[in-house]
Write a protein that binds this ligand. Structure first.
Ligand code: PEP
Ligand code: MG
Length: 321
């Protein structure tokens, strides 16, 4: 076993046989950034921009957002920062906007659907991100994308904002990477087409499991049915990663599956090279990766993917590699 004190997080993680895995941090509050920066991770794989919206009593202005986003970019000192556009609704309601009586909010007016409906708010957010990331390596990713049409609409808003900022002579990032979160099964069905279009992908397994299996992630009455190691979920992950590799597009996992120690060998085994987890999970994840041999992981994953039942996979994961 490798001791925590001897680990240099700056060089990312490496398997026993020297395969590099890039580790990123998920950031909710700016106060998480200090820890992430200390861990010396490769960057921020997921910044949940809804937090500055949730803590206020009305929508923050473009300038207010700019100040928060700029702090994040500055604290990451040149490392990559991936901004997820507003993901409100569902389990993240805005007291000043959402109608608590909305039926089935997890599949309601949330995430990118909200942004495409409230375009002014979307535009303010994109402008704030582009301005804050003027001299940084910035990615913009859209949550809950279900179709290429939504992706086209969202990306054209980024392009319009860039042109407008250019015309106004305001300093901004002229070339942000634009990607999507994979959270809906409809995207998997068209993953090769998406892989031609988006610059990068991040798999939001928390929602992906919910929508693949039709289980409310917040409902304890059905928590036994929320099974991340369901064969359909694991095979879909492999399909997404293979498609991104074929198209030479970066893909990460930013949902909780990335931090689950029993799944690390499987994820390495299907060729995942980028993982984004809460700052506190970075050291244990790095230690776990350091114990693995990538070829053994590949065989382990292959065997898991041949199983038809979650119960069989469960046993294999428990036993480990
Ligand atoms: C996810 O769905 O896996 C994810 C990372 O986003 P959130 O948990 O914020 O919905
Ligand atoms: Mg999500």
């Amino acid at each position: 076993a490798v001791e925590e004190g001897r680990i240099d997080l700056g060089r990312g993680a490496e398997t026993l046989d020297g395969k590099r895995i890039n580790l990123y941090a998920n950031i909710n509050l700016l106060s998480d950034v200090k820890l992430a920066a200390k861990m010396n991770c490769a960057g921020v794989g997921l910044y949940r921009t809804e937090f500055p919206f949730i803590v206020r009593s009305s929508f923050p202005t473009e300038q207010e957002q700019f100040v928060v986003y700029k702090k994040l970019v500055d604290q990451m000192k040149g490392r990559q920062v991936t901004f997820r556009t507003l993901d409100v609704g569902g389990d993240k309601m805005l007291s000043y906007y959402h109608d608590a009586a909305e039926k089935n909010p997890a599949i309601g007016l949330r995430s990118i659907r909200f942004s495409l409906r409230e375009k002014d708010i979307f535009i303010q957010q994109i402008r704030a991100i582009l301005r804050a990331g003027a001299r940084a390596d910035v990615g913009i990713m859209f949550p809950m994308i279900s179709s290429l049409d939504e992706f086209d609409m969202s990306r054209s808003i980024v392009n319009e904002c860039r042109e407008k900022l250019e015309a106004e002579g305001l300093e901004h990032n002229p070339n942000p990477k634009v990607g999507i979160m994979v959270e809906l099964p409809s995207v998997v069905e068209q993953i090769d087409e998406f892989a031609q279009e988006a610059d990068f992908f991040s798999i939001g397994t928390n929602d992906f499991v919910q929508f693949m299996l039709g289980v409310d992630r917040t409902n304890e009455m059905v928590e036994n049915f929320y099974i991340p190691h369901h064969p359909s979920v694991l095979r879909a992950l492999k399909r997404i990663i293979d498609a991104c590799r074929r198209a030479d597009k970066p893909v990460s996992i930013c949902g909780m599956m990335a931090a689950e120690p029993t799944l690390t060998a499987f994820l390495v085994g299907i060729g995942l090279t980028d993982m984004s987890v809460t700052p506190a999970s970075l050291p244990p994840l790095k230690r776990r990766i350091a114990q693995l041999d990538s070829e053994k992981c590949r065989k382990f994953a292959e065997e898991i993917l041949s199983k038809s039942r979650a119960s069989e996979i469960d046993k294999m994961l428990e036993k480990g590699i």
